[in-house]
Every structure is written in structure tokens, then in C-alpha cells.
Design a binder for this molecule. Structure first.
Ligand code: ADP
Ligand code: MN
Ligand code: MN
Ligand code: MN
Length: 373
């Protein structure tokens, strides 16, 4: 069987069944991050009453020995519902439930970075930190080759593909369209999409989102993308450099502002934050991909609109920098800045946490500080 055989099953026949009335039962799909820190897992249960808020969703559990999350001998892990979305696949009244994972001793699992992010965000609530993340990804076909690329060899060189129109330039738009609408239906705060520089590479943007909700919405947007791609027989890859050589990598630019940055005189606050970031480059690089920098080193070469992984740089409107101040923000003298370093496969919880630690909690040095609340 080839990888995407189930995408060829008859989706119209499937729809006959999905159109059946479901009585007063609700299907709730619990979604969580697995032990790789990149993969998403989910399972569904039937609940009896309509779910109005995440507090209505009961805790659940799963077998952590099958998700790289625990040893077989003590493998029960807890699923703690933290954010509720409408289910765009089964539609109302069904739900997608984003969960935190706790170990058998009720401590956060190793790849549950949300727990710590939430604590850090609670320290800076009054500053109203907003984030917007630009998720780049590559559509792969069943052979794990970029979708639409010639079986042997390469498409024409980069240039015509970014924001492009036309069947010879935009590879896989159906999946992009389906994902966008599914996110809107679900209640994910998606704010845009565009075709990227490498053919079969795309981007969607989520934001602005305040505090912990940035990570929640981005992870759910990724979950929805993976499931949409199943229907099309495609695979969404978040590898930061899927094709070596003269092809753009995939990042997750993270835009950041506080109330002070968004108000009159905000540019000075932005510049002060950038000065702090300049002194803590390596801490951020370690946080910006799941392998502590080893993934991003393939992407941050100083070419293809990236900065060099070893050097910090910042300026207005320059896409070859670690930090870019958008042109309009430079002109208005207030707004936000963009950190271009995070990898496409970053965990948004640790990326947003790191920005808050350095820029707002004024941490220095290579290690995150401890706080007693
Ligand atoms: P680029 O020009 O870098 O491609 P995009 O238009 O793709 O920029 O993405 C801009 C991102 O900035 C979006 O995710 C948006 O939500 C976010 N954003 C806009 N205003 C703010 C703000 N004040 N604070 C934080 N993020 C913001
Ligand atoms: Mn963008
Ligand atoms: Mn982009
Ligand atoms: Mn950008």
C-alpha cells in the first residue's frame, strides 16, 4: 500500500454517513503533543451533553508507551483539556479539545512545554503581550517528494513561486484553501496565507494572539493541516530545510508586541527589547527548534532570506536579519517586531516564553531563571 492510499477512498460515500443525525451525543477529539515534541496525536470519545466551555470537558488518559512518552510499566498519562475548538471535520456540535499531558505523578510530561509557558505568561499579563506566528510548511506527495515536483529532478529555479498564480507555479492550493476555511470554522485565529518562495511551500499566519493562546492556536492550526492533508493524499512537512541547496527553508517568524510597543513612543520600547535579544542570541537559538539549534542550523545559513545562526542582527525592513522591524512600524514609530529565527518545527510555547523572559522579565545569560509565585 502506498502512503496515502486512504486519500483515494470515496469521500462522497463517506459524506453520506457524516450527514447522518447524531442524536444528542457529542464527539470530542482530544489532541495532544507526543513525546517527539513535534508530532500530534488524537483520539475521540462520545460525550453526553453539549460542551460550552473547556471546563465542561472531562480529563482523560492514554498509553504513553506508544507515543514516546513513558515506559510500558507505568504508562498511563493524563490528558487535561485546556482549549476548545469547533470540529471542522465532523462539524457542530462536535469539538476538538487541545490538551496538556501530565505524567502518572501529575507532573507535566517532558514535551508539555505549555505548563511553564503559562506560568511565565501569567507574570506579564498586565503588559498584554501579543504574538503573531507565520507558519511555513512544505506539501509532500506520497513519495515524500515535494508535491508537484518532477519525479526525477527539480522544478525551475526560485523566483516565480512566491504569492504566485497559475498551475505551473502554485503547487497544492486545494489543501491550503481547505485548511484556511477549516481553521476559520474551528475558531483558530488564522489571519492569512500565501504561497512561498519554494514551489510546494506555503505559509499561514496566526495572530495576533495574547499570551498562552498563541501556542494553543498554532498547534491546533497544525493539527487541522495534518488532517486536511490526509484527505488530499498529501503530507505537511515542518522540516526547516526540506530540500538542501538553493531552495528556501521553512521558518516560523514570530511577531511580538506589548501594549507599550503598540502605543505612542513604542519604537523606543521595541529597540530596548532588541538590545536585550542581542545579548541572549544563543539562548534563543536553543529554544527555537526541538533539537536545540541542530535543526535550524541547516536553515539559518545567511542565504535565502535568513541570518547566520551564529550571529545576531537587527534592522528595519531587512529580511536577512535575526530581527526585522517592519517598514510600517519604523514609519509609525510604534507597533511590533519580527523574530525571524524560529524554525518551522518550533514549539510556539517555548518561543513565546523565551521572548517574554528576555524582553519583559529582563533575563540575561544562557539559562532561564526560576520564579517563585
Ligand atoms: P511578513 O511581512 O513578515 O511576511 P505576515 O503578514 O506574513 O508578515 O505576518 C505578520 C504577522 O504579524 C501576523 O501573524 C500578524 O498576526 C502579526 N501581527 C500583526 N500585528 C501585530 C502586533 N501588534 N503584535 C504582534 N503580532 C502582530
Ligand atoms: Mn509572512
Ligand atoms: Mn514567509
Ligand atoms: Mn515574516
Amino acid at each position: 500500500m502506498s502512503l496515502a492510499e486512504s486519500s483515494k477512498l470515496n469521500k462522497i460515500v463517506k459524506q453520506q454517513y457524516l450527514d447522518l443525525p447524531q442524536g444528542d451525543k457529542v464527539q470530542a477529539t482530544y489532541v495532544w503533543i507526543d513525546g517527539s515534541g513535534e508530532g500530534l496525536r488524537s483520539k475521540t470519545r462520545t460525550l453526553d451533553s453539549e460542551l460550552k466551555s473547556v471546563q465542561d470537558v472531562p480529563e482523560w488518559n492514554f498509553d504513553g508507551s506508544s507515543t514516546f512518552q513513558s515506559e510500558g510499566s507505568n504508562s498511563d498519562m493524563f490528558l487535561i483539556p485546556v482549549a476548545l475548538f469547533r470540529d471542522p471535520f465532523r462539524k457542530d456540535p462536535n469539538k476538538l479539545v487541545l490538551c496538556e499531558v501530565l505524567k502518572h505523578n501529575k507532573q507535566p510530561a517532558e514535551t508539555n512545554l505549555r505548563d511553564r509557558c503559562r506560568r511565565i505568561m501569567s507574570l506579564v499579563e498586565k503588559e498584554h503581550p501579543w504574538f503573531g506566528m507565520e507558519q511555513e510548511y512544505t506539501l509532500l506527495g506520497t513519495n515524500r517528494h515535494p508535491f508537484g515536483w518532477p519525479r526525477n529532478g527539480f522544478p525551475g529555479p526560485q523566483g516565480p513561486y512566491y504569492c504566485a498564480m497559475g498551475a505551473d507555479k502554485a503547487y497544492g492550493r486545494d489543501a491550503v484553501e481547505a485548511h484556511y476555511r477549516a481553521c476559520l470554522y474551528a475558531g483558530v485565529n488564522i489571519c492569512g496565507t500565501n504561497a512561498e518562495v519554494m514551489p510546494a511551500q506555503w505559509e499561514f499566519q496566526v495572530g495576533p494572539c495574547e499570551g498562552i493562546t498563541m501556542g494553543d492556536h498554532l498547534w491546533m492550526a497544525r493539527y487541522i493541516l495534518h488532517q486536511v492533508c490526509e484527505d488530499f493524499g498529501l503530507i505537511a512537512s515542518f522540516d526547516p530545510k526540506p530540500i538542501p541547496g538553493s531552495w528556501n527553508g521553512a521558518g516560523c517568524h514570530t511577531n511580538f508586541s506589548t501594549q507599550d510597543m503598540r502605543q505612542e513612543g513604542g519604537l523606543e520600547v521595541i529597540e530596548a527589547a532588541i538590545e536585550r535579544l542581542a545579548k541572549r542570541h544563543h539562548y534563543h537559538i536553543r529554544a527555537y527548534d526541538p533539537k536545540g539549534g541542530l535543526d535550524n542550523v541547516r536553515r539559518l545559513t545567511g542565504q535565502h532570506e535568513t541570518s547566520n545562526i551564529d550571529e545576531f542582527s537587527a534592522s528595519v525592513a531587512n529580511r536577512g536579519c535575526s530581527i526585522r522591524i517592519p517598514r510600517a512600524v519604523g514609519d509609525d514609530k510604534k507597533g511590533y517586531f519580527e523574530d525571524r529565527r524560529p524554525s518551522a518545527n518550533c514549539d510556539p510555547y517555548i518561543v513565546t516564553e523565551a521572548l517574554v523572559r528576555t524582553c519583559l522579565l529582563k533575563e540575561e545569560g544562557d539559562e532561564p531563571a526560576h520564579y517563585t509565585q
